[in-house]
Design a protein around this ligand. Structure first.
Ligand code: NAP
Length: 462
Protein backbone atom coordinates (compact mmCIF):
# COMPACT_ATOMS: atom_id res chain seq x y z
CA UNK A 1 0.00 0.00 0.00
CA UNK A 2 1.09 3.57 -0.62
CA UNK A 3 2.75 4.95 2.53
CA UNK A 4 1.55 8.42 1.53
CA UNK A 5 -2.07 7.31 1.82
CA UNK A 6 -1.56 5.43 5.09
CA UNK A 7 -0.17 8.50 6.80
CA UNK A 8 -2.59 11.07 5.45
CA UNK A 9 -4.52 12.94 8.15
CA UNK A 10 -2.23 11.93 11.00
CA UNK A 11 -0.90 14.82 13.09
CA UNK A 12 2.65 13.70 13.99
CA UNK A 13 5.51 15.91 12.70
CA UNK A 14 6.52 13.25 10.15
CA UNK A 15 3.00 13.32 8.77
CA UNK A 16 2.99 17.07 8.45
CA UNK A 17 5.79 16.52 5.93
CA UNK A 18 3.78 13.91 4.10
CA UNK A 19 0.83 16.29 3.98
CA UNK A 20 2.99 18.92 2.29
CA UNK A 21 3.65 16.38 -0.44
CA UNK A 22 -0.06 15.64 -0.62
CA UNK A 23 -0.84 19.36 -1.00
CA UNK A 24 1.61 19.55 -3.88
CA UNK A 25 -0.07 16.56 -5.52
CA UNK A 26 -3.55 18.03 -5.05
CA UNK A 27 -2.41 21.33 -6.56
CA UNK A 28 -1.01 19.51 -9.60
CA UNK A 29 -4.14 17.40 -10.03
CA UNK A 30 -6.33 20.53 -9.71
CA UNK A 31 -4.34 22.33 -12.42
CA UNK A 32 -2.85 24.98 -10.11
CA UNK A 33 -1.03 27.88 -11.76
CA UNK A 34 2.75 28.21 -11.63
CA UNK A 35 2.44 30.97 -9.03
CA UNK A 36 0.26 28.79 -6.80
CA UNK A 37 2.73 25.93 -7.12
CA UNK A 38 5.68 28.20 -6.35
CA UNK A 39 3.92 29.32 -3.16
CA UNK A 40 3.52 25.80 -1.78
CA UNK A 41 6.08 24.84 0.89
CA UNK A 42 8.47 22.02 0.00
CA UNK A 43 8.59 19.08 2.41
CA UNK A 44 11.75 18.51 4.45
CA UNK A 45 11.83 14.85 3.36
CA UNK A 46 10.36 12.87 0.49
CA UNK A 47 9.70 9.23 -0.52
CA UNK A 48 12.36 7.65 -2.72
CA UNK A 49 13.72 4.34 -4.01
CA UNK A 50 17.36 3.90 -3.01
CA UNK A 51 20.18 1.45 -2.39
CA UNK A 52 22.23 1.59 0.80
CA UNK A 53 25.99 1.97 1.04
CA UNK A 54 26.08 -0.63 3.82
CA UNK A 55 24.74 -3.22 1.31
CA UNK A 56 27.31 -2.66 -1.45
CA UNK A 57 29.28 -5.81 -0.58
CA UNK A 58 26.25 -8.01 0.18
CA UNK A 59 26.70 -10.17 -2.94
CA UNK A 60 30.47 -10.54 -3.21
CA UNK A 61 31.24 -13.75 -5.13
CA UNK A 62 27.57 -14.34 -6.04
CA UNK A 63 26.85 -14.77 -9.80
CA UNK A 64 24.98 -11.83 -11.42
CA UNK A 65 21.86 -13.82 -12.15
CA UNK A 66 21.42 -14.68 -8.47
CA UNK A 67 21.53 -11.04 -7.35
CA UNK A 68 18.00 -9.85 -6.65
CA UNK A 69 17.15 -6.12 -6.89
CA UNK A 70 14.07 -6.75 -4.72
CA UNK A 71 16.48 -7.26 -1.81
CA UNK A 72 18.70 -4.24 -2.38
CA UNK A 73 16.18 -1.54 -3.41
CA UNK A 74 14.46 0.15 -0.47
CA UNK A 75 11.65 2.68 -0.33
CA UNK A 76 11.71 5.33 2.38
CA UNK A 77 11.96 9.00 3.31
CA UNK A 78 15.12 10.92 2.36
CA UNK A 79 16.07 14.51 3.19
CA UNK A 80 15.33 17.30 0.68
CA UNK A 81 18.71 18.69 -0.42
CA UNK A 82 19.46 22.39 -0.66
CA UNK A 83 18.90 23.73 -4.20
CA UNK A 84 21.86 25.05 -6.25
CA UNK A 85 21.45 28.13 -8.46
CA UNK A 86 21.42 26.16 -11.73
CA UNK A 87 19.03 23.44 -10.52
CA UNK A 88 15.31 22.85 -10.24
CA UNK A 89 13.19 20.80 -7.85
CA UNK A 90 10.61 18.72 -9.65
CA UNK A 91 7.56 16.84 -8.45
CA UNK A 92 8.03 13.47 -10.14
CA UNK A 93 4.73 12.12 -11.42
CA UNK A 94 6.30 9.04 -13.01
CA UNK A 95 9.68 7.50 -13.73
CA UNK A 96 10.98 4.34 -15.38
CA UNK A 97 13.33 1.42 -14.91
CA UNK A 98 16.50 1.51 -16.95
CA UNK A 99 19.18 -1.11 -17.15
CA UNK A 100 21.35 1.23 -15.08
CA UNK A 101 18.75 0.82 -12.27
CA UNK A 102 19.66 -2.87 -12.44
CA UNK A 103 23.42 -2.20 -12.46
CA UNK A 104 23.12 0.07 -9.39
CA UNK A 105 20.90 -2.39 -7.52
CA UNK A 106 23.22 -5.38 -8.06
CA UNK A 107 26.37 -3.24 -7.46
CA UNK A 108 27.81 -4.29 -10.86
CA UNK A 109 30.09 -3.83 -12.66
CA UNK A 110 31.02 -1.52 -9.78
CA UNK A 111 29.18 -0.02 -6.83
CA UNK A 112 27.83 3.43 -7.73
CA UNK A 113 28.82 4.77 -4.29
CA UNK A 114 32.34 5.20 -5.72
CA UNK A 115 30.93 7.52 -8.41
CA UNK A 116 29.05 9.55 -5.76
CA UNK A 117 32.23 9.87 -3.68
CA UNK A 118 34.23 11.09 -6.71
CA UNK A 119 31.48 13.58 -7.61
CA UNK A 120 31.35 14.72 -3.99
CA UNK A 121 34.96 15.94 -4.18
CA UNK A 122 34.26 18.39 -7.02
CA UNK A 123 32.54 21.27 -5.23
CA UNK A 124 30.42 22.33 -2.29
CA UNK A 125 27.27 21.58 -4.27
CA UNK A 126 28.55 18.25 -5.58
CA UNK A 127 29.26 17.15 -2.00
CA UNK A 128 25.49 16.84 -1.39
CA UNK A 129 25.48 13.75 -3.66
CA UNK A 130 27.93 11.75 -1.53
CA UNK A 131 25.55 10.12 0.97
CA UNK A 132 24.98 6.59 2.18
CA UNK A 133 21.70 6.31 0.25
CA UNK A 134 21.80 6.40 -3.55
CA UNK A 135 18.41 7.51 -4.90
CA UNK A 136 17.94 5.71 -8.21
CA UNK A 137 16.30 6.66 -11.47
CA UNK A 138 17.43 8.28 -14.73
CA UNK A 139 14.02 9.18 -16.17
CA UNK A 140 11.16 11.35 -14.96
CA UNK A 141 8.10 13.25 -16.00
CA UNK A 142 6.58 15.84 -13.72
CA UNK A 143 6.18 19.48 -12.78
CA UNK A 144 8.73 22.09 -11.83
CA UNK A 145 8.23 23.12 -8.19
CA UNK A 146 11.16 25.50 -7.62
CA UNK A 147 13.88 26.99 -9.76
CA UNK A 148 17.35 28.04 -8.60
CA UNK A 149 18.32 31.70 -8.81
CA UNK A 150 20.27 31.24 -12.10
CA UNK A 151 17.50 29.41 -13.97
CA UNK A 152 16.06 31.47 -16.83
CA UNK A 153 14.08 29.27 -19.21
CA UNK A 154 11.91 27.23 -16.84
CA UNK A 155 9.35 28.18 -14.20
CA UNK A 156 7.33 26.56 -11.43
CA UNK A 157 4.33 24.80 -12.94
CA UNK A 158 6.08 23.81 -16.20
CA UNK A 159 5.26 20.25 -17.28
CA UNK A 160 8.51 18.52 -18.11
CA UNK A 161 10.43 15.37 -18.85
CA UNK A 162 14.07 14.98 -17.84
CA UNK A 163 17.05 13.70 -19.78
CA UNK A 164 19.88 12.17 -17.78
CA UNK A 165 22.98 13.96 -19.13
CA UNK A 166 24.51 15.69 -16.10
CA UNK A 167 27.24 18.08 -17.27
CA UNK A 168 29.24 20.93 -15.86
CA UNK A 169 28.48 23.80 -18.23
CA UNK A 170 31.54 25.73 -17.00
CA UNK A 171 33.84 22.95 -18.24
CA UNK A 172 35.23 23.91 -21.69
CA UNK A 173 35.37 20.25 -22.73
CA UNK A 174 31.55 20.12 -22.58
CA UNK A 175 31.04 22.72 -25.26
CA UNK A 176 31.18 21.08 -28.69
CA UNK A 177 29.38 17.93 -27.61
CA UNK A 178 28.46 17.76 -23.92
CA UNK A 179 28.88 13.96 -23.93
CA UNK A 180 32.59 14.75 -24.33
CA UNK A 181 32.63 16.69 -21.05
CA UNK A 182 35.46 15.48 -18.85
CA UNK A 183 33.11 15.08 -15.89
CA UNK A 184 29.94 14.15 -17.79
CA UNK A 185 27.73 11.86 -15.70
CA UNK A 186 24.42 10.03 -15.90
CA UNK A 187 21.88 11.49 -13.49
CA UNK A 188 20.42 8.93 -11.06
CA UNK A 189 23.26 6.50 -11.83
CA UNK A 190 26.49 8.42 -11.33
CA UNK A 191 24.71 11.19 -9.39
CA UNK A 192 22.22 11.17 -6.55
CA UNK A 193 18.64 12.53 -6.26
CA UNK A 194 17.33 10.39 -9.14
CA UNK A 195 13.85 10.13 -10.61
CA UNK A 196 12.49 7.08 -8.78
CA UNK A 197 11.06 9.30 -6.04
CA UNK A 198 8.28 11.80 -5.37
CA UNK A 199 10.77 14.64 -5.83
CA UNK A 200 13.98 14.95 -7.82
CA UNK A 201 16.72 17.57 -8.14
CA UNK A 202 18.07 18.10 -11.65
CA UNK A 203 20.04 20.74 -13.51
CA UNK A 204 17.87 23.14 -15.50
CA UNK A 205 19.69 21.99 -18.65
CA UNK A 206 18.20 18.51 -18.21
CA UNK A 207 14.61 19.71 -18.72
CA UNK A 208 12.52 19.15 -21.84
CA UNK A 209 8.82 19.85 -22.44
CA UNK A 210 6.44 17.03 -21.59
CA UNK A 211 4.75 15.61 -24.72
CA UNK A 212 1.20 16.94 -24.35
CA UNK A 213 -0.60 13.90 -25.81
CA UNK A 214 0.96 11.41 -23.40
CA UNK A 215 0.15 10.39 -19.84
CA UNK A 216 2.68 11.00 -17.09
CA UNK A 217 3.87 7.40 -17.25
CA UNK A 218 4.09 7.31 -21.05
CA UNK A 219 6.11 10.55 -20.91
CA UNK A 220 8.47 9.13 -18.29
CA UNK A 221 9.74 6.05 -20.13
CA UNK A 222 11.38 7.69 -23.14
CA UNK A 223 14.21 10.07 -22.46
CA UNK A 224 17.09 7.75 -21.59
CA UNK A 225 16.48 5.00 -24.15
CA UNK A 226 14.99 7.16 -26.91
CA UNK A 227 17.85 9.68 -26.81
CA UNK A 228 20.46 6.90 -26.72
CA UNK A 229 19.00 5.28 -29.84
CA UNK A 230 18.70 8.67 -31.57
CA UNK A 231 22.41 9.39 -31.08
CA UNK A 232 23.43 5.85 -32.07
CA UNK A 233 21.50 5.85 -35.34
CA UNK A 234 20.39 9.31 -36.44
CA UNK A 235 23.02 11.70 -35.11
CA UNK A 236 26.24 12.43 -36.97
CA UNK A 237 27.90 11.43 -33.68
CA UNK A 238 26.60 7.89 -34.20
CA UNK A 239 26.11 5.74 -37.28
CA UNK A 240 24.50 8.62 -39.24
CA UNK A 241 21.99 6.29 -40.90
CA UNK A 242 20.70 7.11 -44.37
CA UNK A 243 17.62 6.06 -46.34
CA UNK A 244 17.75 2.44 -47.46
CA UNK A 245 20.30 1.33 -44.85
CA UNK A 246 19.84 -2.21 -43.54
CA UNK A 247 20.19 -2.10 -39.75
CA UNK A 248 20.58 -5.22 -37.62
CA UNK A 249 19.07 -4.45 -34.20
CA UNK A 250 19.84 -6.75 -31.28
CA UNK A 251 17.19 -6.76 -28.52
CA UNK A 252 14.74 -5.11 -30.91
CA UNK A 253 11.83 -5.23 -28.46
CA UNK A 254 13.93 -4.10 -25.47
CA UNK A 255 14.41 -0.58 -24.11
CA UNK A 256 16.81 0.94 -26.63
CA UNK A 257 16.09 -1.57 -29.42
CA UNK A 258 12.39 -0.69 -29.68
CA UNK A 259 13.21 2.99 -30.27
CA UNK A 260 15.93 1.92 -32.73
CA UNK A 261 13.35 0.01 -34.79
CA UNK A 262 11.20 3.16 -34.97
CA UNK A 263 14.16 5.35 -36.01
CA UNK A 264 15.11 2.96 -38.80
CA UNK A 265 11.55 2.79 -40.10
CA UNK A 266 11.07 6.59 -39.83
CA UNK A 267 14.37 7.23 -41.58
CA UNK A 268 13.59 5.03 -44.58
CA UNK A 269 15.86 2.20 -43.48
CA UNK A 270 15.28 -1.54 -43.33
CA UNK A 271 15.35 -2.93 -39.78
CA UNK A 272 16.29 -6.55 -39.11
CA UNK A 273 15.06 -7.07 -35.56
CA UNK A 274 16.47 -9.80 -33.33
CA UNK A 275 14.28 -11.02 -30.46
CA UNK A 276 13.97 -14.17 -28.35
CA UNK A 277 10.32 -15.20 -28.48
CA UNK A 278 7.34 -15.35 -30.85
CA UNK A 279 5.50 -12.84 -28.61
CA UNK A 280 8.29 -10.30 -29.03
CA UNK A 281 8.34 -11.00 -32.78
CA UNK A 282 4.60 -10.23 -32.89
CA UNK A 283 5.24 -6.80 -31.30
CA UNK A 284 7.83 -6.02 -33.98
CA UNK A 285 5.40 -6.99 -36.75
CA UNK A 286 2.81 -4.60 -35.32
CA UNK A 287 5.44 -1.86 -35.39
CA UNK A 288 6.03 -2.49 -39.09
CA UNK A 289 9.31 -4.41 -38.82
CA UNK A 290 9.09 -7.20 -41.39
CA UNK A 291 12.51 -8.84 -41.13
CA UNK A 292 12.70 -10.61 -37.77
CA UNK A 293 15.07 -13.21 -36.35
CA UNK A 294 14.13 -15.22 -33.24
CA UNK A 295 17.58 -15.88 -31.77
CA UNK A 296 16.27 -18.56 -29.40
CA UNK A 297 14.63 -20.49 -32.24
CA UNK A 298 17.75 -20.04 -34.40
CA UNK A 299 19.87 -21.19 -31.42
CA UNK A 300 23.07 -19.46 -32.57
CA UNK A 301 26.18 -20.77 -30.78
CA UNK A 302 28.67 -17.94 -31.40
CA UNK A 303 30.95 -19.30 -28.66
CA UNK A 304 32.16 -22.89 -28.39
CA UNK A 305 32.10 -24.54 -24.99
CA UNK A 306 35.91 -24.31 -24.75
CA UNK A 307 35.72 -20.49 -25.05
CA UNK A 308 36.75 -20.29 -28.72
CA UNK A 309 34.67 -18.60 -31.40
CA UNK A 310 32.46 -20.44 -33.86
CA UNK A 311 32.85 -18.57 -37.15
CA UNK A 312 30.39 -20.94 -38.86
CA UNK A 313 27.68 -19.54 -36.62
CA UNK A 314 28.58 -15.95 -37.56
CA UNK A 315 28.15 -17.02 -41.19
CA UNK A 316 24.81 -18.66 -40.37
CA UNK A 317 23.56 -15.37 -38.86
CA UNK A 318 24.83 -13.51 -41.95
CA UNK A 319 23.04 -16.03 -44.17
CA UNK A 320 19.79 -15.58 -42.24
CA UNK A 321 20.01 -11.79 -42.69
CA UNK A 322 20.65 -12.18 -46.45
CA UNK A 323 17.68 -14.55 -46.72
CA UNK A 324 15.45 -11.95 -45.08
CA UNK A 325 16.60 -8.74 -46.81
CA UNK A 326 18.96 -9.84 -49.59
CA UNK A 327 22.11 -8.10 -48.31
CA UNK A 328 24.41 -7.53 -45.35
CA UNK A 329 23.66 -4.86 -42.74
CA UNK A 330 25.05 -1.35 -43.29
CA UNK A 331 24.78 -0.82 -39.53
CA UNK A 332 24.65 -3.12 -36.52
CA UNK A 333 22.98 -1.71 -33.39
CA UNK A 334 25.09 -3.53 -30.79
CA UNK A 335 24.67 -3.70 -27.00
CA UNK A 336 24.57 -7.35 -25.78
CA UNK A 337 28.37 -7.25 -25.88
CA UNK A 338 30.47 -10.36 -25.33
CA UNK A 339 27.88 -12.89 -26.53
CA UNK A 340 27.18 -11.18 -29.89
CA UNK A 341 29.97 -8.70 -30.59
CA UNK A 342 32.21 -10.90 -32.77
CA UNK A 343 29.19 -11.92 -34.85
CA UNK A 344 28.13 -8.25 -35.22
CA UNK A 345 31.61 -7.27 -36.41
CA UNK A 346 31.58 -10.15 -38.89
CA UNK A 347 28.11 -9.67 -40.44
CA UNK A 348 28.26 -5.90 -40.92
CA UNK A 349 28.73 -4.95 -44.60
CA UNK A 350 32.10 -4.01 -46.11
CA UNK A 351 32.56 -0.37 -45.05
CA UNK A 352 29.64 -0.66 -42.63
CA UNK A 353 29.38 0.52 -39.02
CA UNK A 354 28.90 -1.31 -35.75
CA UNK A 355 27.63 1.19 -33.20
CA UNK A 356 27.75 0.08 -29.56
CA UNK A 357 26.59 1.61 -26.29
CA UNK A 358 26.79 -1.32 -23.90
CA UNK A 359 27.82 -4.86 -23.08
CA UNK A 360 25.01 -6.48 -21.08
CA UNK A 361 26.47 -10.01 -21.35
CA UNK A 362 30.09 -9.00 -20.63
CA UNK A 363 32.38 -6.10 -21.52
CA UNK A 364 35.62 -7.93 -22.41
CA UNK A 365 34.99 -8.26 -26.14
CA UNK A 366 36.77 -10.25 -28.85
CA UNK A 367 36.46 -10.17 -32.62
CA UNK A 368 38.41 -11.23 -35.69
CA UNK A 369 40.28 -8.13 -36.77
CA UNK A 370 41.04 -9.60 -40.24
CA UNK A 371 37.42 -9.23 -41.32
CA UNK A 372 37.36 -5.76 -39.77
CA UNK A 373 40.35 -4.19 -41.50
CA UNK A 374 40.20 -6.06 -44.81
CA UNK A 375 36.56 -5.00 -45.21
CA UNK A 376 37.15 -1.46 -43.98
CA UNK A 377 34.49 -1.58 -41.30
CA UNK A 378 33.94 1.04 -38.60
CA UNK A 379 33.25 0.75 -34.87
CA UNK A 380 31.58 3.67 -33.11
CA UNK A 381 31.29 3.93 -29.34
CA UNK A 382 28.20 5.82 -28.23
CA UNK A 383 26.91 6.91 -24.85
CA UNK A 384 23.56 8.56 -24.05
CA UNK A 385 23.09 11.89 -25.91
CA UNK A 386 23.89 15.58 -25.62
CA UNK A 387 21.13 18.09 -24.78
CA UNK A 388 20.47 18.91 -28.44
CA UNK A 389 20.16 15.23 -29.38
CA UNK A 390 17.93 14.47 -26.40
CA UNK A 391 15.78 17.52 -27.21
CA UNK A 392 15.41 16.45 -30.86
CA UNK A 393 14.49 12.93 -29.78
CA UNK A 394 11.93 14.34 -27.31
CA UNK A 395 10.53 16.60 -30.05
CA UNK A 396 9.85 13.54 -32.20
CA UNK A 397 7.93 11.97 -29.32
CA UNK A 398 5.98 15.22 -28.79
CA UNK A 399 5.04 15.33 -32.48
CA UNK A 400 3.72 11.75 -32.38
CA UNK A 401 6.47 10.55 -34.76
CA UNK A 402 8.22 8.25 -32.27
CA UNK A 403 6.15 6.48 -29.64
CA UNK A 404 6.68 5.37 -26.06
CA UNK A 405 7.20 1.62 -25.71
CA UNK A 406 5.66 1.20 -22.27
CA UNK A 407 4.57 -2.36 -21.50
CA UNK A 408 3.76 -2.31 -17.77
CA UNK A 409 3.22 0.21 -14.97
CA UNK A 410 4.44 -0.33 -11.40
CA UNK A 411 4.09 1.70 -8.19
CA UNK A 412 7.16 3.21 -6.54
CA UNK A 413 6.86 0.55 -3.83
CA UNK A 414 7.26 -2.09 -6.59
CA UNK A 415 10.51 -0.63 -7.98
CA UNK A 416 12.50 -3.69 -6.84
CA UNK A 417 10.12 -6.06 -8.62
CA UNK A 418 10.28 -3.99 -11.83
CA UNK A 419 14.10 -3.95 -11.73
CA UNK A 420 14.07 -7.71 -11.07
CA UNK A 421 12.04 -8.24 -14.26
CA UNK A 422 14.45 -6.16 -16.35
CA UNK A 423 17.46 -7.93 -14.79
CA UNK A 424 15.97 -11.29 -15.79
CA UNK A 425 14.84 -10.22 -19.29
CA UNK A 426 11.19 -10.93 -18.38
CA UNK A 427 9.94 -7.66 -19.86
CA UNK A 428 9.35 -6.00 -23.23
CA UNK A 429 9.94 -2.32 -24.05
CA UNK A 430 9.95 -0.10 -21.00
CA UNK A 431 8.59 -0.46 -17.48
CA UNK A 432 7.06 2.71 -16.02
CA UNK A 433 6.85 3.55 -12.33
CA UNK A 434 4.17 5.81 -10.85
CA UNK A 435 5.69 8.17 -8.29
CA UNK A 436 3.36 11.01 -7.22
CA UNK A 437 0.77 10.19 -9.86
CA UNK A 438 -1.96 8.29 -7.97
CA UNK A 439 -3.14 6.32 -10.99
CA UNK A 440 -2.45 5.58 -14.64
CA UNK A 441 -3.88 7.67 -17.46
CA UNK A 442 -3.42 11.19 -16.02
CA UNK A 443 -1.59 14.14 -17.56
CA UNK A 444 -2.94 14.19 -21.13
CA UNK A 445 -3.51 17.70 -22.53
CA UNK A 446 -3.60 17.13 -26.31
CA UNK A 447 -6.43 14.65 -26.88
CA UNK A 448 -6.54 15.26 -30.63
CA UNK A 449 -2.95 14.11 -31.25
CA UNK A 450 -3.47 11.23 -28.81
CA UNK A 451 -6.46 10.00 -30.82
CA UNK A 452 -4.36 10.11 -34.02
CA UNK A 453 -1.63 7.84 -32.62
CA UNK A 454 -3.76 5.80 -30.19
CA UNK A 455 -3.10 2.44 -31.88
CA UNK A 456 0.68 2.94 -31.57
CA UNK A 457 0.54 3.69 -27.85
CA UNK A 458 -0.55 0.13 -27.08
CA UNK A 459 2.05 -1.78 -29.15
CA UNK A 460 3.80 -3.00 -26.00
CA UNK A 461 0.98 -2.99 -23.40
CA UNK A 462 0.50 -6.30 -21.58
P1 NAP B 1 16.62 -4.24 -22.10
O1 NAP B 1 15.31 -3.56 -22.08
O2 NAP B 1 16.90 -5.31 -21.12
O3 NAP B 1 16.81 -4.82 -23.58
C1 NAP B 1 17.95 -5.51 -23.97
C2 NAP B 1 17.58 -6.60 -24.93
O4 NAP B 1 18.79 -7.23 -25.34
C3 NAP B 1 16.72 -7.68 -24.31
O5 NAP B 1 15.37 -7.38 -24.55
C4 NAP B 1 17.17 -8.94 -25.03
O6 NAP B 1 16.28 -9.17 -26.12
C5 NAP B 1 18.53 -8.57 -25.64
N1 NAP B 1 19.59 -9.38 -25.06
C6 NAP B 1 19.89 -9.53 -23.75
N2 NAP B 1 20.93 -10.37 -23.62
C7 NAP B 1 21.27 -10.76 -24.86
C8 NAP B 1 22.25 -11.64 -25.39
N3 NAP B 1 23.11 -12.28 -24.59
N4 NAP B 1 22.32 -11.80 -26.73
C9 NAP B 1 21.47 -11.17 -27.55
N5 NAP B 1 20.51 -10.34 -27.11
C10 NAP B 1 20.42 -10.13 -25.78
O7 NAP B 1 17.80 -3.20 -21.92
P2 NAP B 1 18.00 -1.80 -22.66
O8 NAP B 1 17.39 -0.73 -21.87
O9 NAP B 1 17.62 -1.94 -24.09
O10 NAP B 1 19.57 -1.66 -22.52
C11 NAP B 1 20.41 -2.58 -23.21
C12 NAP B 1 21.84 -2.33 -22.77
O11 NAP B 1 22.22 -1.02 -23.17
C13 NAP B 1 22.06 -2.39 -21.26
O12 NAP B 1 23.33 -2.98 -21.00
C14 NAP B 1 22.08 -0.94 -20.83
O13 NAP B 1 22.81 -0.71 -19.66
C15 NAP B 1 22.71 -0.29 -22.05
N6 NAP B 1 22.36 1.11 -22.25
C16 NAP B 1 23.40 1.98 -22.44
C17 NAP B 1 23.10 3.31 -22.65
C18 NAP B 1 24.20 4.30 -22.81
O14 NAP B 1 23.94 5.49 -22.84
N7 NAP B 1 25.45 3.89 -22.93
C19 NAP B 1 21.77 3.75 -22.66
C20 NAP B 1 20.75 2.82 -22.54
C21 NAP B 1 21.06 1.49 -22.32
P3 NAP B 1 15.86 -10.62 -26.62
O15 NAP B 1 15.97 -11.56 -25.44
O16 NAP B 1 14.46 -10.45 -27.09
O17 NAP B 1 16.80 -10.95 -27.73
Amino acid sequence: MDTRQIRLGDETPEVAIVNEMEKILQAILNGATGEEIAALPLPATYRAAYVRKEDQTMWEGVPSNEKDPRKSIHIGEVPMPELAADEVVIAVMASSINFNTVWTSIFEPISTFGALARLGKESKWAKRHDTDKHILGSDASGIVLRVGSAVRLWNPGDKITVHCNHVDDQDPSSHSDSMMGSNQRIWGYETNFGGLADVAIVKANQLMPKPAHLTWEESAVNALCNSTSYRMLVSKNGANMKQGDVVLIWGASGGIGSYAVQYVLNGGGIPVGVVSSPEKAAILRQMGCEAIIDRKAANYQFWNEDGTHNEKEWRRLGGDIRTLVGEDPDIVFEHPGRSTFAASMYVVKRGGTVVTCAATSGFMLEFDNRHFWMRLKKLVGSHFANYKEAYEANRLIAKGMIHPVMSQVFTLEQTGEAAYQVHNNMHEGKLAVLCLSPEEGLGVDDHELRAKVADKLTWFRR
